[in-house]
Design a protein around this ligand. Structure first.
Ligand SMILES: [Zn+2]
Length: 56
C-alpha cells in the first residue's frame, strides 16, 4: 500500500535559499537555489548557467 501523498512530500527536503537560508515555497516550474530577493528579483530556472564571456 502506497503512503499518502502528503507524507511523500513531507519527506522531501526543504528548499532553502543558498544565500540567506530562507525556506522557499516549492515551485513546480521554477527551481532556483536562491530566493527572489537574493537573485535580484530575477528568477532563473534550475540548470540555467551563465556562460562566462571569454576575454578577448
Ligand atoms: Zn535569499
Amino acid at each position: 500500500m502506497l503512503p499518502p501523498a502528503h507524507q511523500f512530500f513531507e519527506t522531501l527536503p526543504q528548499k532553502q535559499c543558498a544565500k540567506c537560508g530562507t525556506v522557499m515555497e516549492e515551485q513546480s516550474e521554477c527551481y532556483t537555489h536562491v530566493c527572489v530577493e537574493c537573485s535580484g528579483g530575477t528568477v532563473y530556472p534550475f540548470g540555467f548557467k551563465l556562460v562566462p564571456v571569454p576575454p578577448k
